[in-house]
Design a protein around this ligand. Structure first.
Ligand code: SF4
Length: 225
């Protein structure tokens, strides 16, 4: 029986696919080590133990109750074949499919896009170019790969969002202005600044900083808590 690199499941979510009820499957393994990571239990790749049959049974039982199946992580694109298979099965069963990705691999993302295997994607723009390695917690700078991934989604016509998690070390006016310049260059109408949260509680200081930054500079972005 085929086993998958799924490390966890959220059976019911209202926040992981905009305006849709979804279940979220978290893949193991991540290319990044973000300083603020809340999903660190999914960073390492372990022996696969989640049975494909469990997935098939799960979505079979939820037909008519959920709108979408979402794949998150970790980084789902690390296991492209498994991800493709799960997207195909979800679609055959009448669900929309969503993907949360770091955007580290435009090549892998384009495989899903070309096959129209995803209906929506959420992609992280972690920081400005200079601070990208720091915000991702790795040596390599993945800024250009991420920008390319965003371009692929833009050209695809697939619904997507781009968001930046603002944590203490990047909550700086000059840095965030440079991030907004990237949103602007990419013609993303609604930049999303996600307030870093600890155990589900948004950091109040960062929230206040972002509200002040927005009003004092008359900027257009969403503060997501
Ligand atoms: S990309 Fe996501 S899962 Fe990976 S280290 Fe960063 S926050 Fe954690």
């Amino acid at each position: 029986m085929k086993k998958l690199h799924i490390g966890g499941v959220t059976p019911f979510s209202t926040i992981d696919y905009p305006d849709n009820l979804s279940a979220v499957f978290f893949f193991q393994g991540c290319v990044f080590r973000c300083p603020y990571c809340h999903n660190s239990e999914f960073q390492e790749i372990k022996e696969p133990s989640y049975l494909l049959k469990e997935f098939v049974d799960f979505i079979g039982d939820r037909k008519g109750f959920l709108d979408a199946i979402v794949f998150s992580g970790g980084e789902p694109l690390l296991f492209l074949d498994e991800l493709k298979l799960l997207c195909e099965i979800s679609k055959e069963n009448g669900f929309k499919t969503g993907l949360h990705t770091t955007g580290y691999s435009p090549e892998r993302l384009s495989v899903l896009v070309e096959k129209r295997l995803i209906n929506w994607a959420g992609i992280d723009l972690k920081a400005d170019m200079d601070n990208y390695p720091f915000a991702c917690g790795v040596e390599k700078n993945f800024f250009n790969e991420t920008v390319k991934s965003i371009e692929i989604l833009k050209q695809s016509g697939i619904d997507f969002e781009v968001r930046t998690t603002v944590f203490k070390e990047i909550a700086k006016v000059d840095l965030l202005k440079r991030v907004l310049e990237t949103y602007n260059k990419l013609n993303i109408e609604t930049p999303i600044f996600q307030v870093y949260s600890e155990q589900g509680k948004p950091d109040k200081e960062i929230e206040i900083f972002l509200e002040k930054f927005k009003s004092e500079n008359n900027l257009n972005f969403v503060i997501r808590k």
